[in-house]
Structures are given as C-alpha cells and as structure tokens.
Design a protein around this ligand. Structure first.
Ligand code: ADP
Length: 340
C-alpha cells in the first residue's frame, strides 16, 4: 500500500490524537503516505481530505479531543453514502483507511473493506464497550476525570451529611461507573447490565447514616436513567436524606489523555499501519491481557458483555478477558459497596 488515510468518527475520546500521531509517524517510517480526513465519514464524502506530514502531528500526543474532528453522519449507513466516500478515496489515490471510533464507526469500516478498501478499526471511545478489547482509547482518562470529580463531591458531601447521585456516561456499558465507584470508594453503583430495586438503595442509605457515616455516594450510569429521575424515584421509595444530583456530562470526554491512554493509542496506531501495510482490513485492533490483538471488526456484541446472570442469579462469564468481571466480584465481596 502506498497511501492510506486516517479518520476519527462518532463520540470523541482522549487519546484519539495520540493514535492519529502514531498512524502518521509509523506510516511515514514504512514509506507509506498518510492523508487525514476531517469530520469522519462526512468529511470523506465531502472530500475534506489532505496530506499529513510528521510535522502535522507535532505536539498532539497529550492533547484531548481529535484534531481531525469527529462527526456523526448517518448517511454513511446507506450504500449511496459509502459509494460517494469511495469515489473520494479513489480520487485521492487512497488504498486503505484507519478508522478510530466506536461500534458505529466500525460498521462504516466494514463496509469500506467489503467495497475493496481495507479498513482497520481502532477502539476510540470512553465507554469501553467495544468487542475484542479489554480497554478502549479514552476510557482510562474518562474514569480518572470521574474519580477526581467524585473525590471533590465527597468533600462537600461529608461537610453536610448529603447523599449524592453522580450521573456518569455509559449508555449501554457500566464500565465507567464500576471503575470509578471502586476507585472513589462510592457506596452504591447502578449500571445498565443489572436490575436493581430502589428499596434496596433506600435501605442502604439509611443503614449507612445509622452507622454514623457522614455522606453517601451513588454512582449511576446514564444508561440506567437520568440522575434527576433516579432522585425522584428514590424519594418516592422512601429516601429522606438530603439528596443532591451531580451530572458530570461532557467533562468526561475532555482533557489530556492519561499515560495509559497515550501508550495504548500509540501502540494500536502503529499496529493498524502494519496491518494495512500487509493488505489486511476488516479487523479491529484491541488489547487483551496487555497484548495487542486483532479480531474481526464486527464481533458479536455478546462477546463483549461483561457477564450475564442465569435464571438462578448465577454469574455467566461471557468474556474472561474483561477486567470488569473481576471488579464486579470485588464489588460483591466488599460490604461497603453495593452493586445493583
Ligand atoms: P460510534 O462510532 O462512537 O459508535 P456512531 O454510532 O454515531 O458512533 O457512528 C459513527 C458514524 O459511523 C456514523 O455517524 C456513521 O457515519 C457511521 N456508521 C454508523 N453506523 C453505520 C453503519 N451501519 N454502516 C456504515 N456506517 C455507519
């Protein structure tokens, strides 16, 4: 392959820039030209495509967001959109593409591969919800941001004997909530993967204050429901504590990537170039047990599920590589953190 392109798509994540940088520098070292595509698939179709040099990616490794911009472009799910994108790739002499994004972006990459343009996916999302990898680029930074926020909320919460519901991102995956609850020493955590009863949360809050605790922190993944709705339902179920809601929102997406995100992004970026160099597309790069791996870009969603519960409540492990299973069990065993 003589010329490849790189784009970022879907929700942005800290570390995307580090991945782009690695793609550019590695490609150049392999004698491959690299083009950048602005605004994801929207920019591909619009022909917003331009050459990148080693210098274009200077000072980027530690910068949050994505300097290639990201976008949502539903038209790319249609054949017409894909063909328009391919037309532009051909026009620019591009033979392969690195797509940094989430599950939706991976679908676009698969379609490109099927149309004869090998595309390699890199998992760029804070949610950690991508098949075939233990960690996604941006997850570590997002969790660090959440933990920092909860530490601060805990200070004010203790001063006033308050109960805080901290709503964090994660529409389908509870990873951010689970990890931050452990790291910030929260009292309860509610994630989309699990059913829970408000009465249990109410009782737990009561028990905590009776034991002499001076605050109570509940980490809530947004996929369960909004913090406001949760607060209303908690009150309706009998909670009489001084209840507040903190919605962390988009601060979770921003900021300078952590060392871990920078390093995995750099490693994955370099691997993507090696794969395209060898003519391989239709795969996604991941990291499992600290080793880089490739897997089919559209793996089965159930392969990524942390665990599921059998009819008798027994834990069925779906993905033994998922560190979250271990966290789930840790949660269960610790009597001061309840997972619902
Ligand atoms: P993420 O990649 O973070 O999951 P989205 O689901 O919004 O974010 O997907 C990002 C972009 O990927 C979409 O805006 C669209 O351009 C492209 N995309 C999503 N689904 C498909 C699909 N089924 N086929 C082709 N392209 C898709």
């Amino acid at each position: 392959m003589k010329r490849i392109a790189v784009l970022t798509s879907g929700g942005d994540a800290p570390g995307m820039n580090a991945a782009i940088r690695a793609v550019v520098r590695k490609a150049i070292s392999e004698g491959i030209e690299v083009y950048g595509i602005n605004h994801g698939y929207a920019g591909m179709v619009a022909g917003d495509i331009f050459p990148l040099t080693a210098g274009s990616v200077s000072d980027l490794v530690g910068r949050g967001g994505t300097f290639l911009y990201s976008a949502r472009f539903p038209e790319f799910a249609q054949l017409e959109g894909q063909l328009a994108g391919i037309e532009q790739l051909k026009k620019h002499g591009i033979e392969g593409v690195v797509v940094i994004g989430g599950d939706g972006s991976y679908h676009g990459a698969m379609r490109l591969t099927e149309h004869g343009f090998p595309a390699v996916g890199l998992p760029g999302t804070i949610d950690n919800d991508i098949v075939g990898t233990d960690y996604t680029i941006g997850f570590d930074t997002a969790v660090s941001t959440v933990v920092d926020a909860i530490d601060k909320i805990r200070d004010t919460s203790s001063s006033h004997h308050r109960t805080f519901i901290v709503e964090v991102m994660g529409r389908n995956a509870g990873d951010i909530a689970l990890w931050s609850a452990i790291a910030a020493g929260a009292d309860d955590v509610c994630i989309p993967e699990r059913e829970f009863k408000f009465e249990n949360v109410v009782n737990n809050i009561k028990k905590g204050y009776e034991k002499g605790k001076n605050h109570h922190i509940i980490v809530l993944a947004e996929g369960v429901m909004s913090g406001q709705e949760f607060a209303m339902k908690l009150k309706a179920a009998g909670d009489d504590s001084d209840l507040r809601v903190a919605v962390l929102g988009h601060i979770q997406r921003g900021g300078s990537p952590t060392v871990r995100d920078r390093v995995i992004a750099s490693r994955m970026g370099a691997r993507a170039v090696e794969l395209l160099r060898d003519g391989i597309g239709g795969v996604a790069v991941g990291i499992q047990k600290e080793v880089l791996v490739e897997s089919p870009i559209l793996g089965k969603a159930e392969d990524n599920a942390l665990f599921s519960l059998g009819a008798d409540g027994e834990i069925i492990v779906n993905n033994p590589h998922k560190a979250d299973l271990e966290l789930y069990l840790l949660n269960r065993d610790m009597n001061n953190l309840n997972l619902y």
